[in-house]
Design a protein around this ligand. Structure first.
Ligand code: PMP
Length: 356
């Protein structure tokens, strides 16, 4: 693929309703949603980038497309080749879509603890799914290492390596960041989001900081069990992971290459409890009509908190990573919420949404 089409894949005119070229042409160019009810209630202007509107359903479509286009451009992947990744979530779904659209085989290694729905979805998207024993990252049998080793021995194959391949952050630097900048016309006091690979935060953060000449503050939000808040607050001390969260796809135990490109420019970080995230998930549904996954809800809690730090009337943007559809059997189940001790934190008037 030449660079003209690559640009076209990521740099389109927001105001046009033009026809786009296939799945990859439909990635990006998502709306920026002003969260009106929440903004009126809190006195902070909160904007959510509607990444759930990507054609594969999540923010990871951009990274998936970015790493594949980068491998093509560098001559590492040619027609009929194979894309290999170790992933249990949205990246695999994004890659499976991109591979179908561009004629590649897609091999996904994942821990064998994952739900049947996820395995089925990836298979329906044409991926070769390989469940392997769920062992720690330090163990060579970990799904990430198995993905890397399989790709290494296969001709015309790449291991996309979403955590450490900076084509991931670059996809956000060349698409998500510019889109948010144009949509807010540069009038943005803060940007904050949680990180998994760090691609979104690093790519968007770097672009916004550069364009605003440091005026837009970029913060990191963490779920419980992630080490990044303490890393940033302590000026670079890495601690052991402890604790866990109901959020999926976010939280980290190390500084990935993607995050490493930007972490020294992060203005600050804080942790958001599961209690606050789940409550926001129901509030977003009730006041905005948005049916969001837990990482999006965490991001919105964090955006409000950052806005309050920056002052009433400030403008803060964050990421609405994906919808609740992939998690609804848990997030909307009374029994599951009770088992996680989260039911009582949901105001009684919002409990009408708990129908499972
Ligand atoms: N939210 C969800 C639901 C995700 O799947 C991911 C990716 N793991 C993220 C947020 C974080 O995105 P990134 O990998 O760019 O840090």
């Amino acid at each position: 693929m030449n660079s003209v089409i690559r640009q076209a894949a990521f740099r389109r005119n927001f105001s046009s309703n033009s026809i786009v070229n296939g799945f990859t042409g439909a990635v990006g160019n998502t709306p920026l949603i002003y969260l009106k009810g929440l903004s009126e209630k809190t006195g902070v202007h909160v904007y959510g980038k509607a990444e759930f509107q990507n054609p594969g359903g999540s923010v990871k479509d951009r990274a998936a497309l970015g790493v594949v286009l980068d491998a093509e451009e560098r001559g590492l992947l040619k027609a009929g080749g194979t894309v290999v990744e170790g992933t249990a979530g949205n990246t695999g779904i994004g890659l499976a879509h991109v591979c179908r659209a561009r004629g590649y085989k897609c091999v996904i290694y994942m821990p064998n603890t994952q739900s049947q729905e996820k395995i089925d979805l990836l298979k329906m998207l044409g991926a070769d799914v390989r469940p392997v024993p769920a062992v720690a990252y330090e163990n060579p049998a970990n799904y990430n290492h198995q993905a890397r080793d399989y790709a290494k021995d296969l001709p015309n194959a790449i291991w996309t390596d979403q955590f450490d391949n900076t084509a991931n952050a670059n996809a956000h630097y060349t698409s998500t960041g510019p889109e948010i900048w144009e949509q807010t016309q540069g009038e943005l006091d803060g940007f904050i989001c949680a990180t998994g690979t760090g691609g979104t935060l690093a790519g968007v953060g770097k672009y916004l900081k550069e364009k605003s000449r440091g005026k837009t503050q970029v913060w990191l939000a963490d779920p419980p069990g992630s080490v990044l808040t303490s890393y940033i607050s302590s000026g670079g001390k890495l601690t052991e992971r402890s604790g866990s969260s109901i959020t999926e796809g976010i939280g980290q135990g190390r500084i990935t290459n993607n995050l490493g490109t930007f972490i020294n420019d992060v203005s600050g970080a804080f942790t958001v409890s599961d209690d606050k995230s789940i409550r926001m998930l129901y509030e977003l549904l009730d006041s905005e009509g948005l049916y969001m996954g837990a990482s999006s809800a965490l991001n919105v809690v964090a955006a409000v908190e950052l806005g309050l730090k920056l002052g009433k009337g400030s403008k803060v943007a964050t990421i609405l990573c994906d919808g609740a559809y992939r998690y609804q059997s848990r997030l909307f189940s009374r029994q599951w919420l009770e088992s996680k001790d989260l039911l009582n934190g949901i105001p009684s008037e919002l409990q009408k949404y708990i129908v499972l």
